[in-house]
Design a protein around this ligand. Structure first.
Ligand SMILES: Nc1ncnc2c1ncn2[C@@H]1O[C@H](COP(=O)(O)OP(=O)(O)OP(=O)(O)O)[C@@H](O)[C@H]1O
Ligand SMILES: [Mg+2]
Length: 317
């Protein structure tokens, strides 16, 4: 078997928070994960499922109750691992009176970097996140998207091999979120490993290579995105938005199964030709055809199967 280099390996990682007065709260329990080098790995789960806890454990910001993990071949939290990682926290805070180059200079100094030769690196990073043209502007006047983009640039100061991003697109508009995703993909193109926490399933689906699903601190699903989403073999689907009653009755007659997700009706067929014929008919009759092709689940469906309910922030999905 080919050797797969791992960027992260966790072994029954557990964090139980002590709340005082004899009360405990599970942060994450018995988590065993493997993250391959050079991948975008998505840790998904509802609010409070333990995503940020996992990330802080791996960064050495909090200590495990039990279990172990290696980050870039070093024990989690070790100074050698820390030198090679970058971290974008949930809703990062920056000094409001600084400009982006000043901010990056400050972070660089924390790594003992800086000096005149470093200025070209700052320009390169700000260009990567499309902030070079805004270099005179102070953080106080930034939009949320600009803050996140500078936050991403900050994580890259020490040329890390592994990046931890906690909800990097939360609160951004669709364009802002797309910009961040593009930067993430570009970073993978440069060979970096990206560990991404998010509950925004629609955003994770197209960019992640592997995904782990957490629910109340426990792992309830893990795998390659393609494997997780692959539908039953040899089935074809036709998806329509809010078909008329007549159209639905027609579909129910020819399809093997009809299922609903919100206002989307999905008809499943064992026979490819029957699926394409049904799609063509629905289209001719003025139906709102969304898709026809091999069956594939959405990450949201995988998630609902695993967690047993819809993601709490369904409005964001
Ligand atoms: N410092 C803490 N002390 C006590 N309990 C905590 C602490 N930090 C987190 N928790 C609890 O641990 C559980 C996991 O929280 P965590 O922040 O890791 O979840 P999350 O998946 O990142 O959630 P979100 O999507 O809201 O960011 C929650 O029940 C939370 O209340
Ligand atoms: Mg969190």
């Amino acid at each position: 078997m080919a050797h797969i280099a791992l960027a992260i390996r966790t072994d029954n990682l557990t964090k139980i928070y002590y709340m005082g007065w004899g009360r405990y709260q599970v942060g994450v329990r018995d988590l065993s994960l493997e993250v391959e080098e050079g991948q975008i790995f998505g840790l998904v789960g509802p609010n409070g499922s333990g995503k940020t806890t996992t990330l802080k454990l791996l960064l050495g910001l909090i200590f495990a109750t039990s279990g172990d993990a290696e980050v870039l071949g070093e024990p989690m939290g070790s100074p050698r691992a820390k030198q090679r990682v970058g971290y974008l926290p949930e809703g990062p805070y920056f000094y409001e009176h600084l400009t982006a180059p000043e901010l990056l200079r400050m972070y660089a100094s924390l790594f003992g970097l800086g000096g005149r030769q470093f200025e070209s690196r700052i320009q390169e990073l700000l260009e990567l996140v499309d902030m070079w043209d805004h270099r005179e502007q102070r953080v106080a006047n930034y939009s949320r998207g600009m803050r996140q983009r500078v936050g991403v640039a900050q994580t890259l100061i020490n040329e890390p091999d592994l990046l931890f991003f906690d909800e990097p697109t939360a609160g951004l508009d669709p364009i802002g979120a797309r910009d961040i995703r593009e930067v993430i993909l570009r970073l993978r193109g440069e060979g970096k490993t990206i560990f991404l926490c998010s509950h925004l399933l629609k955003e994770m689906e197209p960019i992640c290579d592997n995904i782990a699903i957490l629910d109340r601190g426990e792992l309830v699903g893990q795998g390659g995105v393609e494997e997780l989403l692959a539908g039953e073999e040899q089935r074809y689907r036709v998806e329509l938005r809010s078909p008329s009653e007549e159209m639905l009755a027609g579909l129910e007659q020819v399809a093997d199964e009809v299922v609903w997700l919100d206002d989307t009706c999905r008809a499943l067929f064992a026979d490819r030709q029957a699926a394409f014929e049904a799609a063509a008919r629905a289209d001719d009759e003025g139906g709102h055809l969304l898709a026809v092709g091999p069956d594939r689940r959405t990450l949201e469906e995988v998630f609902i199967d695993a967690v047993g309910e819809v993601a709490p922030d369904a409005s964001d999905l």
